[in-house]
Design a protein around this ligand. Structure first.
Ligand code: SF4
Ligand code: SF4
Length: 377
């Protein structure tokens, strides 16, 4: 990671000319050439949290993703786009649909760029040196295969972390079970630590913020679109988050990811600002009201973690014992018991890769009663 905490701010009134505005923001910090050598595989990680269209301001705008594809190609890199959506649907189709509805699938196809669905493309177990909540993690294979990693966050509030930006954006790189474990940690500070664990392993090279239309109130998905009219860039995700959270009227030191990251030596409390002065573009986003998880007592969160489950299981009457799932299960959770295959729920990370690749549709989903009730509402 380049230790350059310069953050650029460039006004951007809408998405019609966003490529030029992003180019200006990048040039102000030193340009893409500083991190891309010709032929490098450059992973663009937008925020594709949910199955929502661009105008809802939940996901990174496709015009921003398209601009980065073009700029990376012009710098000699090979762009690829990837993400795994949030827990919005109890099966393995959520990310595919979120990529389609967000307009990002169309961008990939128009730019001739590989599109990676983190939910189904596999995970690798890794050590997290110095991790506070996770000493080991499963991370999307796509992260390990990239030479350069670029965070493309959306400027939004977040009920649990107050603000979500370049660091929190990498939550989409871990499987759902780990996300669920992190969400149900005892408080928002611990959740911030978990997010910084993920960030500390990934060590992204650049962040470009979609701050044209963001989200205020009960983000990251239940708030209201809010205009901020900027794009921002930094080689340092934490520095960018410090400035972006201040830009929307929040105290950056109240944001758990900022606090946890600074305490571990990432970023800087006072990044160097270039481009338009912060005071000229500051807005005031409505704060989130708190979030159910944050307001819940710890014992209730623990009980929910146990009961809010969507587990895969193998329908043995359909299973042909081809073992494709066994060979591709990164958690080694599929075991032979009495001549049939069973999924060990303790080991399973709920990535649903087995469900995706089974040629006989033998991997089915069992929802807990609580999930069924929540989905009905
Ligand atoms: S991939 Fe499907 S058919 Fe093959 S062993 Fe696994 S569950 Fe059975
Ligand atoms: S059993 Fe299936 S869902 Fe569970 S970790 Fe293995 S591949 Fe993923």
């Amino acid at each position: 990671m380049i230790m350059n905490a310069r953050v650029s701010i460039v006004p951007c009134s809408d998405y019609s000319d966003v490529k030029n505005e992003i180019k200006e923001a990048l040039d102000l910090i030193g340009g893409l050439e500083k991190i891309i050598v010709p032929g490098s595989r450059v992973l663009l990680k937008p925020n594709v949290l949910a199955i929502r269209p661009p105008e809802d301001a939940v996901t990174t705008h496709p015009a921003v993703v398209s601009a980065l594809c073009e700029l990376v190609s012009e710098a000699g890199g090979i762009p690829v786009i990837g993400d795994g959506s949030g827990i919005t649907r109890p099966d393995s189709t959520a990310t595919a649909e979120a990529l389609r509805v967000s307009g990002i699938e169309a961008v990939a196809s128009a730019c001739g760029v590989e599109l990676i669905n983190f939910e189904t493309s596999g995970f690798v177990e890794v050590d997290v040196p110095g991790g506070r909540q996770f000493s080991r993690l499963y991370i999307s294979k796509a992260i390990l295969e990239a030479d350069v990693i670029i965070s493309l966050p959306k400027l939004k509030t977040h009920e649990l972390t107050l603000y979500t930006g370049a660091v929190k954006n990498f939550f989409g790189t871990v499987p759902r079970k780990i996300r669920k474990q992190a969400h149900f940690l005892e408080d928002r500070e611990l959740f911030g630590e978990a997010l910084v664990d993920i960030y500390s392993f990934i060590k992204p090279h650049l962040a470009v913020m979609d701050g044209v239309v963001g989200m205020e109130g009960d983000g990251p998905a239940g708030g209201t679109p809010a205009y901020a009219g900027v794009v921002m860039a930094s080689y340092d995700c934490v520095a960018l988050d410090m400035v972006a959270s201040e830009l929307i009227g929040f105290d950056p030191m109240q944001v758990p990811t900022n606090k946890a990251a600074l305490a571990r030596g990432f970023g800087t409390r006072h990044p160097e600002l270039v481009g338009t002065p912060l005071e000229e573009v500051k807005v005031s986003f409505k704060k989130p009201t708190g979030g159910i998880g944050a307001l819940m007592p710890p014992f209730l969160r623990k009980a929910l973690r146990r009961h809010l489950t969507v587990r895969p299981f193998i329908n043995t009457s359909r299973c042909a014992l081809c073992k494709a799932c066994v060979l591709n299960c990164s958690a080694n959770a599929i075991e032979k018991v009495d001549d049939v295959l069973k999924i060990n729920n303790e080991k399973c990370i709920q990535c649903y890769c087995c469900r995706e690749l089974c040629p006989n549709d033998a991997v089915e989903i069992k929802k807990s009663l609580l999930v069924k009730i929540v989905n009905r509402g």
